[in-house]
Ligand binder design. Structure first.
Ligand code: ZN
Length: 248
């Protein structure tokens, strides 16, 4: 049935599909059951996150890295184990250019469509792949499609991984132009925002991540106007808002 609905959605005009994505009450219900980071209690900072890489196609991760350098921004990349196996040097380069990497699983499963055993094994393998690149244990896990079950959450706890969702997104798995991606993101940019974007089109319906790369300058400009530094998720978690400081 779900697959049928998914197929029907693909027949809708893009604008209607995007409107449906915006209205997703099931997402907040699910995240209440399996909690994770949605935004960060950091004043003056926001976080850009990029999922699904590393992707060596010149219009994917390399273009995103160059755009981030031009914007003077640091970001968190949630890497897929099978993608690391194809482009290990690019995973190293993400780190070398000052960004953070996190775990996005080994094979980009929808964890509500696989068995508990497959879910746990995928998280463990993805964790091992990222740990090998970092040479230290990774800190964050982003479940593909924001879907995770109780067993997956237990596996994260065992591995010392914090589940990281997002507070806003660019809808950039759809074939949207840069202007629409940046407009969608800047609308909800603010203190502690965690922005979901993609540096690969491997699991998406668009041909490459070049439109996301093209959106970064405008997102960074708006962040600057708002007085926000674009930092990694790990760095943003270190800074707390004044209200969140413990009483002296
Ligand atoms: Zn993904």
């Amino acid at each position: 049935m779900r697959r049928h609905v998914h197929r029907l959605r693909r027949l809708l005009p893009l604008s209607l599909r995007c409107a449906l994505q915006e209205h997703s009450p099931s997402r907040s219900r699910r995240w209440l059951e399996i909690p994770g980071i949605e935004r960060v209690a950091a004043t003056g900072q926001a976080v850009l996150t990029f999922d699904d890489g590393p992707d060596a196609s010149p219009e994917s991760t390399p273009a995103i890295l160059d755009a981030l350098d031009s914007a003077g921004a640091k970001a968190t990349f949630f890497l897929v184990g099978e993608q690391i196996a194809e482009s290990p040097d690019l995973a190293d380069e993400i780190l070398a250019r000052g960004h953070e990497i996190g775990v996005h699983g080994q094979r980009h499963f929808r964890h509500d469509r696989v068995s508990a055993g497959e879910s746990v094994a995928d998280i463990e393998a993805g964790h091992a792949a990222v740990a090998e690149v970092m040479e230290t244990p990774p800190r964050f896990y982003r479940p593909p499609y924001g879907k995770l079950g109780a067993e997956g959450l237990s596996a994260c706890d065992r591995l010392g991984l914090e589940v990281a969702y997002w507070s806003t997104w660019g809808l950039d798995w759809e074939p949207l132009p840069s202007e629409r991606i940046s407009r969608r993101v800047t609308r909800d940019l603010g203190d502690g925002a965690v922005v979901l974007l993609h540096d690969s089109a491997r699991y998406a319906v668009r041909p490459s991540a070049i439109e996301t790369a093209g959106a970064i300058a405008a997102i960074a400009e708006r962040a600057s106007q708002l007085g926000l530094d674009l930092v990694t998720l790990g760095d943003a978690c270190r800074v707390r808002s004044p209200e969140a400081q413990p009483a002296q």
